[in-house]
Design a protein around this ligand. Structure first.
Ligand code: ZN
Length: 502
């Protein structure tokens, strides 16, 4: 059995190497590659993803998984070997449904539409990407077709990112959340908005980046195993457990943009960096779901990075870095500015309270596209209508409407957006559990100390990688299933102090 397990690991490692090489090409495409490289890069990534897929779905892996079944059954569920076999089988059975030629076609298309989006957005030209987006929708629907027996066409796509969730279960959670959020947003936005003009002064880019890097170093992001580069739409990527990188973008007249995206991506990266190194190169060496991943980025970005205690420690340093801009701005004014709640058009810039409304709206649009109830050509209009209904605003153009971010112009339509809001909900749930174990955490944050929190997360969440499903992990960490109450109560407490709420 030992030899068979070793052979399985060896094969998984090869598939993983091809995937990692592809991730490096993708990182380069979105950071340093000159636009002239786009066409060849799309082809190269398509070739590598086809080879990686062929490698991972090789019938020899299926045979090894069959042969290892009795060994797996003889082990405790939690053991590393049993988990490796179980999680690999789940991935194998899923990916074997997708033909390699389809994977190659999809990857090639994805690189092409990404490039087109980078040109279409500044030009405010939805028509430039429209035929490509129609193809994305067609390919996304075809993915679902490879998994017959679903209840909702989005179910197979949701399952890829948030294993165990279905369109219906997500809808139920989102309906509960909407019921809590809508009155909260109404109560806050009916009051005078916070003044955030202090964030919109001239802040030299290098100093902004320097400050963000100093904070995430304190968080515990390991620069021996990571680095930060500039891009259009910030992301985290991993080439191995020894090389997990983040990206950001920086705006001279917006202090929040680079800083909070840096804190956000560092949360994703620390999750990956905290995975048990023994899992390297196997399907266990990943975050377990999109929702759990996002819970970690949002926890470090918002629950920690936008807390009052955090800024009691860091604000004097920020003032020292930008004396002319911030010397006369009080901590209180600054704290209110970074937590300004307002109805807005851009999801990634949205505050904690309204953010989920953007996600809920896009989740619904995705389902309608997949169900065939909404055509791509009608999407810009449908977008504007939903923003008017849900947020009371209409974007002046498609640049800040349907073209606003990279989603749908990279990867498929469906199964992505639910992860953002599930992540927010889980961030509140997990942070509550961390506080129960260590009530001293907020006081430590106010001293710029993050070891206890980071250590708890590493111990309870990070180290396990994909060993437990999101549902299993949540049960282990919190003693129960996913529930919205701790997150809602976090929002109500924090914003109840900032705004007079009945
Ligand atoms: Zn994220």
């Amino acid at each position: 059995m030992h030899a068979k397990l070793e052979e399985l690991k060896q094969r998984l490692l090869e598939a993983n190497d091809l995937q990692s090489a592809n991730a490096l090409l993708s990182w380069d495409q979105t950071t340093y590659m000159p636009s002239g490289g786009a066409e060849a890069r799309a082809r190269q990534m398509s070739t590598l993803s086809r080879l990686a897929h062929e490698c991972f779905t090789d019938p020899a892996i299926g045979k090894l998984l069959d042969e290892l079944r009795s060994y797996e059954n003889s082990l405790p569920y939690n053991s590393d070997d049993a988990s490796l076999i179980r999680v690999t089988r789940r991935e194998y059975e899923r990916l074997v449904n997708l033909p390699s030629a389809f994977v190659a076609e999809f990857t090639n298309h994805s690189a092409t539409i990404y490039q087109a989006w980078t040109e279409a957005r500044p030009a405010n030209d939805f028509n430039r990407v429209r035929p490509l987006l129609e193809k994305t929708l067609d390919l996304s629907r075809r993915i679902a077709d490879y998994f017959p027996g679903y209840t909702h066409i989005a179910d197979p796509l949701i399952d890829f990112a948030d294993y165990g969730m279905k369109a219906e279960s997500v809808r139920q959670v989102f309906a509960q959340l909407r019921e809590q959020l809508v009155p909260l947003v109404k109560a806050i936005t009916s009051q005078n908005a916070a003044d955030d003009s202090c964030l919109q002064q001239d802040f030299p880019e290098n100093q902004q980046l320097e400050f963000g890097l100093a904070v995430i170093k304190d968080y515990g992001y390991d620069f021996q195993r990571g680095r930060q580069d500039l891009t259009h739409h910030p992301f985290m990527t991993k080439f191995s457990l020894g090389d997990v990188r983040i990206t950001t973008r920086v705006k001279r007249n917006d202090l929040g943009d680079a800083l909070f995206s840096t804190l956000h991506e560092s949360g994703h990266a620390m999750y990956e960096l905290g995975i048990n190194r023994a899992y390297e190169g196997t399907p266990l060496a990943n975050g377990t779901s999109a929702g759990v991943h996002e819970s970690q980025s949002r926890l470090w970005e918002n629950i920690v990075g936008r807390s009052r205690g955090f800024w009691e420690h860091y604000y004097p340093r920020l003032q020292a870095l930008f004396p002319t801009q911030l010397k006369h701005i009080s901590l209180d004014t600054f704290y209110r500015a970074i937590n300004k709640v307002q109805k807005s058009l851009i999801r990634v810039d949205a505050d904690e309270v309204t953010y989920n409304l953007h996600v809920l709206l896009r989740f619904d649009l995705e389902l309608q596209l997949l169900e065939g109830k909404l055509e791509v050509r009608d999407l810009p209009e449908a977008w504007h209508e939903r923003y008017e209904t849900d947020l009371g605003m209409t974007a002046p153009d498609d640049r800040d409407g349907v073209l606003q971010d990279v989603h749908w112009y990279s990867g498929w339509i469906g199964g992505v957006f639910q992860g953002y809001t599930l992540g927010n909900i889980l961030s509140g749930l997990y942070y509550g559990a961390a506080l129960q174990a260590h009530p001293s955490i907020p006081a430590e944050i106010a001293q710029g100390k993050f070891d206890t929190l980071h250590g708890w997360l590493r111990q309870n969440i990070y180290q396990h990688g994909a060993k437990y499903t999101a549902a299993e992990l949540t049960e282990r960490v919190t003693g129960g299933p996913l529930r919205i109450e701790p997150y809602v109560s976090y929002l109500k407490t924090k914003y109840g102090e900032l705004y007079a709420l009945a």
